[in-house]
Design a protein around this ligand. Structure first.
Ligand code: FES
Length: 124
């Protein structure tokens, strides 16, 4: 499933991004996504019934980065972008690995361990 997100921050429209949402399956306590889902997009958002906010999943070199899109300031859902993650509530910004770039958030976004085989990506 995909949808569009249009984001405006501090009165400036930063643009619209097409976002792909994927529903994860669970295998041995890990969320599992088919690897081919990331072939033609910069990132996907992984959803699961046990998560309040999606996980931002992107490929970096030979690894996959998985970051929970829940702001560490007051738990708003952070909006994704190819390079920048922004919180719509009070303006915190994070890089694509979830590191704080600007506050008021002081803690990085929660990141998950990932591993992969030929066909699947596992997030835990
Ligand atoms: S909840 Fe994200 S900056 Fe406040």
């Amino acid at each position: 499933m995909s949808g569009g997100i249009c984001a405006g921050f501090m009165g400036v429209t930063t643009g619209c991004t097409s976002v792909t949402y994927l529903e994860a399956t669970v295998v041995d306590d890990a969320l599992v996504i088919a690897k081919d889902q990331l072939l033609e997009v910069d990132f996907v958002l992984v959803k699961h019934a046990k998560l309040n906010t999606p996980i931002y999943l992107r490929k970096k070199d030979d690894q996959y980065l998985a970051v929970l899109l829940e702001c560490t300031h007051k738990q708003c859902e952070v909006r994704p972008g190819a390079q920048l993650l922004k919180c719509p509530c009070h303006g915190s910004e994070f890089d694509s690995e979830g590191h704080v770039l600007s506050g008021p958030a002081e803690q990085d976004l929660h990141s998950f361990n990932t591993w992969h085989n030929e066909r699947q990506i596992f997030i835990q």
